[in-house]
Design a protein around this ligand. Sequence first.
Ligand SMILES: [Zn+2]
Length: 111
Amino acid sequence: MANEENWPAPTTWDEYLQGVMRWLVENWGAKKACPYCGSTEWQIGAVRRFPPAANWPVENDHELGFIPAIPVTSYRCGQIVFINALWIFEPQEVRMFAEEQARAEQLQSEG
Ligand SMILES: [Zn+2]
């Protein structure tokens, strides 16, 4: 299961970059253009942790207690796209758990 202390799963920066770049090519294609400026140059940043909003009715829905977000920045215009690191590095079981939790909470909120 996910271990907050060892986040993200890769142990070196090179592993991390390679994993993110592989995922981006597989899911965005090799030359994804920024929807705002058209540049195909992107910069990958370190994982940021998005905590749940304290007084908001919608809580983070998985056992990490935060959303591990990878910032991918358009090199020309600075637009940042965030990718949830769970979709890249964590085992399938963790992602499915998060999706089940989200579904359960959705059903609860719908009454
Ligand atoms: Zn751009």
